[in-house]
Design a protein around this ligand. Structure first.
Ligand SMILES: [Zn+2]
Length: 317
């Protein structure tokens, strides 16, 4: 099958890479994303694909796009950070490059990358979770990516963890995303710092005393340094995540959960409390084996690698 091109497109950048059958990136390009203009993003992607295809024998193209993608992997119905509405992305790229193309939701593509070549390489059924600007997910069952009937399956960040809770961008109240995103982590840490500044000194010193400079990264960094306020904020994120993962474990019984996204990059300080919170929900261990929680391995390359690999299936259909 040879080489496939993977393109990862989001609100701020477009990354493209030539990926071999072992999931290794052998060449890559990166450009800013002209997100405000629907056609310019497509043109940028096509330009990058042409450049890489000129020097590599590429058989297919896979795109991981932030947004809702139709169940056939052809159309981006809507992109929250892009000016795309029912954008026939696969048709446009195929017409320009003459190569079979498949589009996938970015979290689904990253889930596939980790499933084939990363943290879940030996598993058969997994739930992949991104904890970052939002909370996203991808579900793989029995070796197949689960898309749902319309392509919007796996949007696990919008399950309700707090009935009547914080208002979410999706219009609902109390979504998991409102309690486990980078913004939620910062909000919880700020509240702690305000209530008990004496327990937030390490965190406050990392942001030169300015709570508005806190980021998900500084909070996890402070937790690593044993700052109690930061640890409390991480534990809150973990508690809500454990609740959501417990429901998913009951419904899907996956072999493992894989945590990805900016917050997960802090490693054990985030993974361990989430796993503990999940396992605390398992009261009847005789019937339900506690599902392990792992940290993703491919970082921000997962989407590109996964999209490229998924495009190989476009060759078979
Ligand atoms: Zn929501």
């Amino acid at each position: 099958m040879g080489l496939a091109l993977g393109i990862d497109v989001g609100g701020t950048k477009v990354a493209a890479g030539v990926v071999d059958e072992a999931g290794q990136i052998i060449a890559r390009l990166r450009r800013p994303s002209p997100a405000a203009n629907a056609q310019s993003v497509v043109d940028t992607m096509i330009d990058m694909a042409r450049e890489l295809a000129a020097s590599h024998d590429i058989a297919s193209i896979g795109v991981g796009a932030a947004g809702y993608v139709d169940e056939n992997g052809r159309i981006v119905r809507f992109g929250p950070n892009m000016a795309w509405e029912n954008e026939p992305l696969a048709d446009k790229i195929e017409a320009a490059l003459g190569l079979p193309t498949r589009v996938e939701n970015d979290a689904n593509a990253a889930a596939w990358g980790e499933f084939k070549f990363g943290a879940a390489a030996e598993a058969n059924s997994i739930v992949f979770i991104t904890l970052g600007t939002g909370v996203g997910g991808g579900i793989i069952i029995g070796g197949e990516l689960f898309r749902g009937s319309t392509g919007s399956g796996g949007e696990i960040g919008h399950v309700t963890v707090v009935p009547g809770g914080a208002k979410c961008g999706c219009g609902l109240l109390g979504c998991w995303e409102q309690y486990a995103s980078g913004g939620a982590l910062v909000r919880a840490a700020k509240e702690e710092a305000q209530l008990n500044p004496q327990f937030a000194q390490t965190l406050l010193s990392l942001v030169d005393g300015d709570p508005d400079r806190m980021t998900g990264y500084t909070v996890t960094q402070a937790a690593e340094l044993q700052c109690s306020a930061a640890i409390k904020a991480v534990n809150s994120l973990a508690m809500y995540s454990g609740r959501a993962l417990s429901d998913l474990a009951r419904i899907l019984d996956p072999e493992m959960f894989v945590l990805a996204g900016g917050i997960s990059e802090a490693g054990e300080i985030v993974r361990k409390p989430i796993e503990e919170a999940l396992h605390a929900h398992v009261k009847d261990a005789a019937a339900f084996t506690p599902t392990p929680v792992r940290t993703a391995q491919l970082g921000n390359r997962a989407g590109m690698i996964g999209a490229a690999d998924l495009s190989r299936t476009a060759l078979q259909s």
